[in-house]
Write a protein that binds this ligand. Structure first.
Ligand code: TYM
Length: 336
């Protein structure tokens, strides 16, 4: 009998906390799309994670649907892969509780994102914010994921997920696949256009610091044109050239050209020409996604239908792992 090779499993998720940035796109979403054909992919809108910061209910609903539409707009086929909304799959919260009991207070305390967010929201340092990475571990481990495509800032959370999986497996035998991060070097950390030593973030108070995936073309060009650079006026990747390094990375991700080719392309030209080219490359990259997003947002019934199917498929897979974990822990089972 012919043996068909089993595809490796990929899981990743993104929070619906606003329109994703060019950083989210180049660091994660573009790779999600690239992996969609060669792997069995589970992609989630992580709305459970989003309530660790206070959100207006209507805004959460709207942004969740928009994020879901955006994932489909990338060209990820919901018939071939499982695209779902986290809160529609109850196994995530259930496994997270179990894993909370296999995570040490000390290790969760070391998470830099927890420390950063606690500083940013001193009025609401809730327990959910603290155990957020454990929920993230549950997201990943439920699907026996081999690879998790993320940006650099999620690396520490992935290491924790691996530690939790190894600890649990060490006690109960092989329950969870120990996942590998999938972090492409280019685009793993897209920096702020205004302070290029800081990560590009959609929560930046200065809107010139980030490009939203749905920004109009002229806004994208304006933001790139006003990006902070240096006074050398020479395009090459080097120390002390954080602004240019960042633009080179963005350009490289959008065109597939390496740094040497980019340096050669702009030899003898100034930053004005370079920025124009970067702006055009970003606009060309995002245009088809924006057009498809706008089309999909006019068909809410289709989106909700896909989300329902996605949740069913995700739950079918996730419930198997959850059952196994529950049995191992010693919860009484009704079925054999
Ligand atoms: P989130 O929603 O903050 O970001 C989504 C993805 O975008 C990446 N990213 C970046 N990459 C490069 N440059 C940047 N400036 C940049 N900013 C963000 C992030 O690394 C991420 O891959 N906790 C996660 C969501 C999550 C998750 C999961 C991820 C929940 N469960 C399970 C993987 C697996 C988060 O808040 O990502």
């Amino acid at each position: 009998m012919e043996q068909t090779e089993k595809k490796k499993i990929v899981l990743s998720a993104i929070q619906p906390t606003g329109t994703p940035t060019l950083g989210n796109y180049l660091g994660a979403l573009k790779n999600w799309k690239d992996m969609a054909d060669g792997y069995d992919c589970f992609y989630a809108v992580a709305d459970l994670h989003s309530i660790t910061v206070r959100m207006e209910p209507a805004a959460l609903r709207k942004q969740t649907l928009e994020m879901y539409a955006l994932l489909l707009a990338l060209g990820i086929d919901p018939e071939k892969n499982v695209v779902f909304i986290q809160s529609m799959v109850p196994e995530h919260a259930q496994l997270a509780w179990i894993l909370n009991c296999y995570t040490q207070f000390g290790e969760a305390s070391r998470m830099t994102q927890f420390k950063d967010k606690s500083e940013k929201h001193p009025e609401n340092i809730n327990v959910g914010l603290f155990s957020y990475p454990v929920l993230m571990a549950a997201d990943i481990l439920l699907y026996q994921a081999d690879y998790v495509p993320v940006g650099d800032d999620q690396k520490q959370h992935l290491e924790l997920a691996r530690d939790i999986a190894e600890r649990f497996n060490g006690i109960y035998g092989n329950v969870f696949k120990v996942p590998e991060p999938f972090i492409r070097k280019a685009g793993a950390r897209v920096m702020s256009l205004q302070e290029p030593t800081k990560k590009m973030s959609k929560s930046d108070a200065n809107t010139k610091a980030f490009i939203s995936m749905l920004d109009d073309d002229n806004i994208i060009m304006k933001k790139i044109k006003s990006a902070v650079t240096d006074s050398e006026a020479k395009v090459y990747y080097g120390e002390g050239k954080d602004g240019i390094n960042n633009l080179m990375e963005i350009y490289s991700c959008c065109t597939g050209r390496d740094f040497d080719a980019i340096t050669a392309e702009f030899d003898g030209k100034g930053y004005g020409d370079f920025k124009q080219a970067v702006g055009e490359a970003v606009i060309a990259e995002l245009q088809p996604v924006k057009a498809e997003f706008n089309r999909l947002m006019n068909d809410k019934a289709y989106l909700l239908g896909c989300a329902e199917k996605g949740a069913e498929n995700a739950s079918r897979f996730a419930s198997r792992t959850l059952k196994k974990a529950m049995k191992k822990v010693g919860f009484l089972q009704l079925d054999k």
